[in-house]
Design a protein around this ligand. Structure first.
Ligand code: BGC
Length: 690
């Protein structure tokens, strides 16, 4: 994939690329040994010059950000660009945001999306893609929650790994932001204090899953973890990532304020400072000459960089520009837009809207008529077009008359629906309300309060009073409170920021052309007070063991809508739980099977969830944890079997005093369910670990 320029030294690099395994490692070592300190240090930083910085201020992600590269030696630079909702360069396909894709719980779909993004990145001259964000939102109001796949480590890890698989057929994947980056407005300075068990069990497993999948790079986060900035956090980078997990790829810093020192960062395990040389470059050379950074530290970093470049260098192929936003990718954007919609409430068959029963439909709200694809920070994608909810509904309405009212005045909106058959009220957020926080821009940031605006609530209430068919569509990147208005409306659909085809996906679900099958990847609480304390300006914060559904279970709190929850236009029946063995050893595994039948008259996908409980544990553990999920398509009248492999090591906890993972010899509960809510855990069994 990375092609070096022809030069005399290029032969050495070509030989590295052509070789494999130990031979390649030997050649890299020889190459590093022959490089001057200056050349080595140049590999370790971004090369964004002043001109490019100026262009980036006007149009961020105009070009890929380059790092390293040496013409004389034939070593190509890395060409980094952002995601994760599509490729941030040019006019790329805009997919639903990651949180929306998390709601599909569909590994295969995510892998296909990863492939499409990898192709589009290559077609635009990038080979290193920062589109795998797997930070765990401890509080769903984190401004960038939309960039990640949900609150659960298992879901995050599986979806992140699927993206890595898809991407890495074409580009190198960069997994970010390592670690504990989940408050936006204080991200540059906040110190996340966290105990070792919580770190290992809750905030890191999904990063490890992506590393195990072979991710090329990891981006360190801005914040501190237990007193140390992440880019110079020896424990995170050296002990855990490069040590315990055996990560052989490269670590790059987040941009600008991501690197805070020369010596600590180099010793701590940072390999590349991005996007330009500030602390690395000359300062690093000086530190090596002075002996404050041993040269072997530089050699190790350069070895990782060259190894990673070489590993991906042969991934060739032609990537014409007409693959960018091509029909196949736009179709995939539509498929994922349909699949991510989560139906939270649907009384009296309000949905789907039946074209033959409706004469007039009123679509209400400013957001109904707006191409709203989410954050405008580094993850911004500029697609060739965006289908708004209104456009999507009009395009699928057939002979139904569709009117639009902006809802500025709730009483006018109510008047407009009084003689209509149904109303669709589109409310929620935009990039102004949530997203990446950039100091000089007044946009984005965190949502400490998950409630809708008062004006949105007034609009919903006014419309709900005027029609008994008021359907609320929520546009958001994460959880929203519904308690103030939920009982007044018969139907609620979460549409997220569903990408360039979002309006079409929404309309397909509203009209019943597609069966809604998304499930919540984060808990939707009943009130802000049920969530962990959240101060978006905090300079220091403690991350405890419990968050999300685990916290609700622990506290005995009832959420508005639980993790894993979503309705369909059909009914699925669960039966016939089969556990392959009553017992397994600490290094064994069992197979868990269940049958899912579609008892309705519409085909659809059911997201089947496997939770494990620890009733006999000798330590404090969650009531239950997601340990597997599958997405099965079931035709009406059909029964499908889902099968999960559950390994004893998946049940391990981190024993801090021993510094090791332990599997308790005990009795475990197993639940197969349609959501994490107790009453949705349809099948139950037990097994033992010896
Ligand atoms: C963001 C990263 C992004 C980087 C490069 C940073 O501000 O935190 O997610 O990859 O910029 O654009």
């Amino acid at each position: 994939m990375i092609v070096g320029r022809k030069s005399e030294g290029g032969k050495g690099w070509q030989a590295v690329v052509e070789s494999e395994g130990e031979e390649r490692e030997r050649r890299i070592a020889a190459m590093v040994a022959g490089m001057s300190l200056h050349d080595k240090v140049r590999e370790m930083a971004g090369t964004t010059n002043l001109l490019k910085q100026a262009v980036m201020l006007i149009r961020y992600n105009r070009f890929p950000f380059l790092a390293g590269g040496n013409r004389r030696l034939g070593i190509p630079p890395l060409r980094f660009t952002d995601g994760p909702r599509g490729v941030a360069l040019g006019r790329s396909t805009c997919f639903p945001v990651s949180m929306a894709r998390g709601a599909t719980f569909d590994r295969d779909l995510e892998e296909r999306i990863g492939e499409a993004m990898g192709i589009e990145a290559r077609a635009q001259g990038s080979d290193f893609f920062g589109g795998v964000c797997v930070n765990l939102p401890r509080h769903p109001g984190w401004g960038r929650a939309q960039e990640t796949f949900g609150e659960d480590p298992c879901l995050l890890g599986e979806m992140g790994a699927s993206m890595v698989r898809g991407l890495q057929r074409h580009v190198m994947a960069c997994v970010k932001h390592y670690a504990c980056n989940s408050i936006e407005e204080s991200r540059f300075f906040v110190d996340v204090r966290i105990d070792e068990r919580t770190l290992r069990e809750v905030y890191l497993p999904h990063f490890k899953r992506c590393v195990d999948e072979g991710a090329a790079g990891v981006m360190s986060a801005y914040n501190k973890v237990s007193g140390w900035y992440c880019a110079q956090n020896r424990h995170l980078l050296r002990d855990i990532l490069k040590g315990d997990w055996g990560f052989a790829g490269l670590v790059m810093s987040d941009f600008l304020w991501g690197t805070r020192s020369t010596v600590y960062a180099a010793l701590g395990g940072l390999d590349i400072e991005m996007p330009l040389r500030r602390y690395f470059g000359r300062r690093l050379e000086r530190a090596v000459r002075k002996g404050t950074v041993p040269e072997k530290v530089v050699d190790e970093a350069v070895t990782r960089i060259l190894r990673t470049k070489a590993r991906f260098a042969k991934r060739g192929g032609v990537y014409p520009r007409d693959m960018i936003a091509c029909k196949e990718h736009v179709d995939l954007a539509f498929e994922s837009a349909c699949r991510c919609m989560v139906l939270l409430k649907n009384e009296a068959g309000t949905l789907p809207l039946r074209r033959d029963e409706l004469k007039r439909l009123v679509v209400i709200g400013k957001l109904a008529d707006r191409g709203n694809i989410g954050d405008k920070g580094s993850s911004r994608v500029r697609p060739p077009y965006v289908v708004t909810p209104l456009q999507g509904i009009r395009a699928r309405a057939g002979s139904v008359e569709v009117d639009h009212v902006d809802g500025e005045d709730p009483s006018l909106a109510a008047d407009a629906v009084s003689d209509a058959d149904a109303a669709v009220v589109v409310v929620g957020f935009t990039a102004r309300d949530e997203g990446e926080s950039i100091p000089y821009m007044k946009a984005g940031g965190d949502r400490e309060d998950l409630g809708l605006r008062d004006s949105d609530i007034a609009l919903i209430k006014a419309v709900a009073a005027a029609t008994d068919r008021c359907i609320v569509v929520l546009v958001a990147g994460s959880a929203v409170l519904t308690a103030d208005w939920r009982d007044e409306v018969p139907a609620i659909l979460v549409a997220w920021y569903a990408g360039m085809e979002g309006g079409n996906g929404l309309a397909a679900v509203l009209f019943g052309d597609e069966n809604p099958c998304g499930k919540l990847p984060v808990v939707f609480p009943e009130s802000n007070g049920q969530l962990p304390f959240f101060d978006k300006k905090a300079s220091s914060v403690e991350y405890g063991y419990y968050h999300g559904y685990r916290l609700f279970d622990k506290e005995g709190e009832e959420p508005a809508f639980p993790f894993g929850y979503g309705l369909h236009y059909t009914e699925y029946q669960y039966s016939n739980l089969r556990v392959s063995a009553r017992e397994m050893g600490a290094d064994g595994s069992i197979t868990v099977k269940a049958d899912i039948s579609n008892r309705g008259d519409m085909a659809g996908c059911e997201i089947v969830q496997l939770y494990v409980g620890y009733p006999a544990s000798g330590i404090d553990r969650p009531l239950k944890e997601l340990k597997g999920f599958d997405c099965v398509r079931v035709e009406p009248g059909e029964t499908r079997t889902v099968s999960f492999e559950l390994a004893a090591r998946d049940l391990a906890y981190y024993d801090v005093s021993a510094g090791a993972w332990r599997v308790e010899a005990a009795e475990y509960d197993i639940f197969i369910g349609s959501s994490s809510r107790l009453s949705d855990l349809r099948l139950e069994g037990t097994f033992r670990v010896r």
